[in-house]
Write a protein that binds this ligand. Structure first.
Ligand SMILES: *[C@@H]1O[C@H](CO)[C@@H](O)[C@H](O)[C@H]1NC(C)=O
Ligand SMILES: *[C@@H]1O[C@H](CO)[C@@H](O)[C@H](O)[C@H]1NC(C)=O
Ligand SMILES: *[C@@H]1O[C@H](CO)[C@@H](O)[C@H](O)[C@H]1NC(C)=O
Ligand SMILES: *[C@@H]1O[C@H](CO)[C@@H](O)[C@H](O)[C@H]1NC(C)=O
Length: 512
């Protein structure tokens, strides 16, 4: 783990150096153009004249078709109505406008055609338009970051013009912006007076934006609905590649949002072996770009829909405490999101796999450890096995941060397979590296019940020791086995009847 971190730190420093070298490159003499603030000053704020001036538009708008997802074959040019027909814009269906981010190479990255194809796969009749602002996106980072305002203006003009030309409903417009492109989408949304139906921010860029005001960044005010995926928020604020704070109605932080599985040391080394150090930016962008692939996943793997859960903190989520779907506390990730506009933006979390389809199944496991003797351990390796109606997942490793006599622990487990309705649970306490045999016997806890809640089905199941009242969990010993308890199977009505009976009689429920 330490090794992982140090290599990633190295990689990160390397990436920062790209930023810095661009920022200090002596050849870059272009200073930011002046009219940045013009858009926002009071004198022009109410005037729409600037909207009709197409002469300063530098961005290009290419309508991509399913048969040519890789290339910009047809440009819709603001002010030239015939280009709408020429490109066969379909006014009867949705429009996706995809906005790329900062680029070192000045070329589209490989995700662009993948996203185009995925959008067409899900919505075959939709218009998919790519905003080409590559020249402005290829400057040193801070210049490109400042250009987002001008590009946002271009997009606002384009959308407003197109809307007026074909009397196109605003509800059908969906902007998707990656990295700096997310802030471009935000500016475009603001300048069209938030009439755009939806903006999806795919890991909106952090540097220059973490502390910027809502007018300069993507924000919930920019569209009818703003959803955001945060996938690379490692590092201190404003140095992290992706913005850390929530900027939408719904902000989803997969795997905590810092960095993504499959983007770790092993894969980094593999990538370096294959492509060498010259593609370092691509390697570092693995987590950043994951936001796009999660969205693509949601488009093409509709039957494997991932869910995210609202939670106050990453730590609480990792304890499995936030797997509730009550009152919109959970939501679909990506394209199929329910447009829930909370008063305050809410952070949502989920775990994912390292490869597509990314979906995993989330479980909260709650265990109370009984014991006669006072024992206390930290960082204990466990292996938990879950058995269900459709399948099983055995020996899921989990390190319990603390394990002590007469305490309850709650933790989050995930499986990449759908095991269906849960039937049996096994928990095994492994020897840790410091484990020493003691002459008076092994450390043992007693467990009466294990409670498991599924995020995906919302089912809560109580498991009892397979034999006897307690199961025994010994350090380095056999797994303790639990089966779905009769109590859990009985209906609510039966339980209530039972409770009434017990209260009405001289029998009192013991313990618990
Ligand atoms: C712009 O408007 C705000 C209030 O809406 C005002 O405080 C500010 O002075 C105005 N700025 C200019 C340059 O007129
Ligand atoms: C802009 O329009 C709003 C209403 O549409 C009005 O209240 C405001 O005073 C106008 N501001 C300027 C500077 O004209
Ligand atoms: C777009 O086309 C699809 C497939 O023909 C159709 O199901 C969908 O309702 C259309 N959407 C709109 C907004 O018209
Ligand atoms: C733990 O609780 C049980 C009763 O629930 C009690 O008998 C036992 O002494 C307790 N152990 C310790 C170490 O406090």
């Amino acid at each position: 783990m330490g090794k992982d971190n140090s290599v990633l730190l190295f990689v990160w420093i390397y990436f920062c150096n790209i930023f810095v070298s661009f920022a200090t490159s002596p050849e870059t003499t272009t200073i930011e153009p002046t009219p940045f603030s013009a858009t926002f000053d009071n004198s022009t704020a109410n005037s729409t004249d600037w909207m009709l001036d197409f002469s300063d538009i530098e961005s290009k708008f290419a309508l991509r078709t399913p048969d040519m997802p890789e290339d910009d074959m047809c440009y819709i040019v603001p002010g030239q109505s015939d280009t709408i027909k020429e490109c066969e814009f379909n006014p009867e269906n949705k429009t996706f406008i995809v906005i790329h981010g900062w680029t070192v190479t000045g070329m589209y990255e490989s995700w662009v055609p993948k996203l185009v194809m995925a959008l067409h796969e899900r919505e075959p009749m939709a218009n998919v338009i790519i905003v080409d602002w590559l020249t402005r996106a290829q400057q040193h980072y801070t210049t490109s970051a400042a250009y987002t305002k001008l590009v946002g203006r271009d997009v606002a003009k384009f959308v407003t013009w197109l809307q007026g030309e074909v009397d196109y409903p605003w509800e059908r417009i969906h902007l998707l912006g990656y990295s700096l492109g997310a802030h471009v989408a935000g500016i475009a949304g603001l300048l069209t007076r938030s009439k755009i139906n939806r903006i999806t921010g795919l890991d909106p860029a952090g540097p220059s934006f973490e502390y910027a005001d809502a007018q300069s960044t993507l924000s919930p005010d920019d569209a009818n609905f703003v959803d955001v995926l945060h996938t690379n928020t490692r590092g201190s604020p404003d140095r992290s590649i992706g913005i850390q704070r929530p900027v939408g109605h719904i902000d989803i932080y997969p795997n905590g949002g810092t960095f993504q599985p499959g983007c770790d040391l092993q894969n980094t080394v593999k990538m370096i072996a294959f492509t060498g150090f010259q593609n370092m930016d691509q390697i570092v962008k693995c987590s950043h770009e994951r936001s796009i692939h999660l969205f693509i996943d949601s488009l093409v793997n509709e039957h494997m829909q991932s869910f995210a859960y609202r939670c106050n903190s990453k730590d609480a989520f990792n304890k499995g405490m936030c797997l509730s779907c009550r009152k919109n506390r959970c939501n679909k990730v990506g394209y199929g999101v329910n447009k829930v506009r909370a008063r305050r933006s809410s952070k949502m979390y989920l775990k994912t796999r390292g490869i597509m389809p990314y979906k995993v199944f989330h479980y909260q496991v709650k265990v109370h450890f009984f014991g006669k003797d006072k024992m206390s351990f930290t960082e204990q390796p466990m292996q938990i096995s879950l058995y269900g109606l459709h399948g099983e997942k055995e020996n899921i490793p989990y390190v319990l941060p603390s394990l002590a006599t007469n305490t309850t622990v709650s933790f989050l487990l995930t499986t990449d397979v759908d095991i269906g309705e849960l039937l049996m649970v096994k928990i095994q306490w492994e020897k840790d590296s410091l484990f020493r045999w003691s002459w008076w016997g092994t450390n043992t806890f007693h467990i009466r019940k294990i409670r498991v809640k599924s995020g995906e089905t919302q089912a809560k199941v109580i498991f009892s020791a397979k034999e006897g009242e307690f199961a025994y969990m010994s350090q380095g010993g056999e797994p303790a086995v639990f089966v779905k308890s009769k109590e859990a199977q009985s209906s609510r009505k039966e339980r209530k009847l039972h409770k009434l009976k017990m209260e009405g009689s001289s029998f009192k429920k013991d313990g618990e």
